[in-house]
Ligand binder design. Structure first.
Ligand code: NAD
Length: 275
């Protein structure tokens, strides 16, 4: 496929564009993941809390795509943080996915008020040392949370998956991650499709390049160096969202996209969300 890979800080290669399956029911996930694989996606982003690891795993198995060509991410659900509970939860996720290893395992949220992410990370280190997760990383971690892991544990996280789109470009957190050789992955990269994709500035840029607003936003992410995982259950959009490797944004386009920054979150604030 035309999707480039990035090299994570432990040498593992990860496709820069993948398919997210949040809010897709288990039975529909089977169809959606199949459509994504047919369209050329090889990286799939699921999570225990999404309730669709089984459907995702069935689609992967049925596709016939060799395991080594796939990149599967899942996440530890909040209620399972803690050393022993993480080890158990990971086993459950692997069983549901029908896999012998995942490519990437993430702590879904830091839950600073719960204060279990350090012991949770130690369980992640064990899983990683056993080769059952080729890479381990974070989601929704802010600099202070990550900094604490860096000082109290051994394995540097490979990635931080955070809410990131033109309305919340996360410049500071991206710079912090980059300084520590931690890749940044954008969740809700299309701003969940809501207001963002109707913005007239995006429509103008899209028209200029003969592309769609969603494609313009994904191209912006890729140019920033972000890993992206757009979600859709609509086959035409699944194809559209991976067809972003044949055009370039210019500095005028980038300036217009920069002006969309509102600083507003669609999801929880990691500082105050405690599960
Ligand atoms: P998204 O930004 O990918 O937007 C998806 C929505 O945008 C679709 O439901 C559809 O309504 C619309 N859309 C998609 N393609 C379109 C197109 N080409 N044209 C017009 N509209 C289009 O939102 P998301 O699902 O929230 O985020 C993507 C993935 O990120 C999730 O599926 C999940 O894997 C991950 N995620 C992770 C976290 C986390 O806490 N780690 C939180 C949210 C999402």
């Amino acid at each position: 496929s035309k999707v480039p890979s990035i090299t994570l800080n432990n040498g593992v290669r990860m496709p820069q564009l993948g398919f997210g399956v949040w809010q897709i029911p288990d039975d529909e996930a089977q169809v959606a993941v199949r459509n994504a694989l047919d369209a050329g996606y090889r990286s799939i982003d699921t999570a225990a809390i999404y309730g669709n690891e089984e459907g995702t795993g069935k689609a992967l198995a049925a596709s016939g795509v060799p395991r080594e060509e796939l990149f599967v991410t899942t996440k530890l659900q909040n209620a399972d943080q803690g050393y022993d509970s993480t080890l158990r939860a990971f086993d459950t996720s692997l069983t549901k996915l029908g896999l012998e290893y995942v490519d990437l395992y993430l702590i879904h949220w830091p839950l600073p008020g719960v204060d279990k992410y350090v012991e949770t990370w130690k369980a992640f280190e064990k899983i990683h040392s056993e080769g059952r997760a080729k890479a381990i990383g974070l989601s929704n971690f802010h600099a202070a949370h990550t900094q604490r892991l860096l000082s109290e544990t051994s394995v540097v996280p490979v990635i931080d998956q955070i809410e990131l789109h033109p309305q919340l470009p996360q410049a500071e957190l991206r710079a912090f991650n980059a300084r520590h050789d931690i890749a940044t992955e954008a969740w809700s990269p299309l701003g969940q499709g809501k207001g963002l994709l109707e913005d007239p500035k995006l429509a103008a840029i899209a028209g200029k390049h003969g592309k769609t607003p969603a494609q313009v936003v994904l191209r912006w992410h890729l140019d920033l160096g972000n890993v992206v995982i757009p979600k859709s259950v609509t086959p035409s959009r699944i194809k559209e969202n991976i067809d972003v490797f044949d055009f370039q944004l210019d500095s005028e386009d980038l300036a217009a996209i920069d002006s969309l920054d509102t600083g507003n979150r669609l999801g929880f604030d990691p500082e105050t969300f405690n599960g």
